[in-house]
Design a protein around this ligand. Structure first.
Ligand code: GDP
Ligand code: IMO
Ligand code: MG
Length: 429
């Protein structure tokens, strides 16, 4: 069976981009299935750092065709910016390498204005969104007032739809949020121009994928965000508005589970989260700061999309086990193991204490999540720099023990360990 799905196993930023770049070498097609430009996927190739938000990270492999699936919400302006960003780096993407689903939803300034207004109104209770309009765009989708990408083929009709969307949103922006209304005519004209440029990339990606499957092509599905940010599976409302977990790949690209043979979870060797919401193993001390880094290294924990410092803490096996269950991971890729070099000892949360009970399963309630205390297991650290290691047997004994313990607690194999952001900094087991 020819389909691999790569899913973020934590709260996003697990290093999915660099793992996709690696797995794309064995793929003909790489397809993004959910989210929008809230994602920030970094890939480092020979000292060049690529930051991708909409275009799949597989694009950096010659010959791989990339798809933006209909599970996505796409801001045409951001997509054109990204096409230019890649062109400036010598990668000119023509419609034979990049395909956009005709059913993908379109993000416009309306969604960004509503996202911002809603976050500001929530003040201290805000979700901490990326303010890329993601929530409002998915809201429009499910209430059936969104605009699908195929509408861009008829620019006049598209202009009308945008105009109506802005007028409708203005009522909410003005009367509920007391904002100045958006200029519907100017936005419609601006987006018509984007539509003209994007039209050639829009196609029936479902038919394309099924034709590829019939021809035994290998498809890699690139997840964005992470399982704990899934609208159904994460800690609502501190989630994104899409389905970043495995089911999102099926609905967001249009195939059944019978064509999938690998579900790869990507997990960082510790925990990070950006934005609000529960994170039981978060550290507010020197160790947390050390995991985050000061920002002098390109991989330090500051958001790829928003630049916000990420919250950092020890690995949370309760959350990771949940991710392995709900996604049915066949294997785990562990990233950023190198960042743990130099710690005298390392901790892994294997369960939570909730009052007088020990629990192994992730509670849904925000109140319970606030009350839980992680129960830690301590493992010895290692002092060696491991960024140059390429073989399992060359890793320090305690690094191998750390990885083996994670695999044992999860009950699934760790198939790869990434020890640096560079393309080849990978240990394959
Ligand atoms: P994504 O959203 O899951 O693709 O992850 P991001 O790209 O947002 O964040 C991961 C960060 O870690 C990026 O800066 C990567 O270049 C970097 N990175 C990925 N894998 C490794 C690794 O094994 N070691 C180090 N030091 N950095 C890594
Ligand atoms: P990648 O693909 C980390 C978080 C936001 C916020 C919540 C909702 O790079 O892993 P949204 O803008 O989606 O409505 O914000 O989700 N979030 C991410 N955190 N990595 C991401 O993507 C994220 N995309 C959204 O910080 O907490
Ligand atoms: Mg990211």
């Amino acid at each position: 069976m020819p389909v691999t799905i790569l899913v973020g196993a934590q709260w996003g930023d697990e290093g999915k981009g660099r793992v996709v770049d690696w797995l794309a070498r064995e793929s003909n097609i790489v397809a993004r299935y959910a989210g929008g430009d809230n994602a920030g996927h970094s890939v480092t190739i020979e000292d060049t750092l690529y930051k991708l938000h909409l275009i799949p990270s597989g694009i950096l492999n010659d010959g791989v065709v990339c798809i933006l699936g209909h599970g996505m919400v796409i801001n045409p302006k951001k997509l054109l910016d990204e096409l230019k960003y890649l062109a400036d780096r010598g990668l000119h993407l023509t419609p034979d390498r990049l395909l956009i689903s005709e059913r993908a939803q379109i993000i416009t300034p309306v969604h960004i204005a509503l996202d911002t207004a809603s976050e500001e109104a929530l003040a201290g209770d805000s979700i901490g969104t990326t303010r890329r309009g993601i929530g409002p765009a998915y809201t429009d989708k499910v209430r059936r007032s969104g605009i699908q990408a195929h509408a861009m083929r008829d620019v006049e009709g598209f202009a009308d739809q945008i105009h109506r969307q802005v007028e409708a949103a203005n009522q909410v922006l003005v009367s509920i949020y007391h904002r100045t209304p958006l200029d519907a005519t100017a936005i419609a004209a601006e987006y018509v121009e984007y539509a003209r440029q994007i039209q050639p990339y829009i196609t029936n990606t479902v038919a394309y994928l099924h034709h590829a499957l019939a021809n035994n092509q290998r498809i890699l599905c690139e997840g964005a965000q992470g399982t704990l940010l899934d609208v159904d599976l994460g800690h609502y409302p501190f989630v994104t508005s899409s389905s970043p977990s495995v089911a999102g790949a099926l609905s967001g690209l249009g195939f059944g589970p019978t064509v999938v043979d690998r579900v790869v979870g990507a997990a960082k060797a510790f925990s990070t989260r950006v934005g609000s919401g529960p994170m039981p193993t978060e550290l507010h001390d020197e160790i947390g700061n050390r995991l985050r880094g000061t920002g002098d290294k390109p991989w330090d924990e500051y958001g790829t999309t928003t630049g916000r410092p990420r919250r950092c803490g020890w690995l949370d096996m309760v959350a990771l086990r949940y991710a392995a269950q709900v996604n049915g991971f066949t294997e785990l890729v562990l990233t950023k193991l190198d960042v743990l070099s130099g710690f005298e000892s390392l901790k892994i949360a294997t369960a939570y204490q909730l009052g007088d009970r020990q629990i192994d399963d992730l509670p849904a309630s925000l109140l319970d999540m606030e009350l839980v205390e992680p129960i830690y297991e301590t493992l010895p650290g290692w002092s060696e720099d491991i960024m140059q290691v390429r073989r399992w047997e060359d890793l320090p004994l305690n690094a191998r023990r750390y990885v083996e313990r994670i695999s044992q607690l999860l009950g699934i194999p760790v198939s790869m360990i990434s020890v640096g952001p560079e393309r080849d900094q990978m240990v394959v087991l």
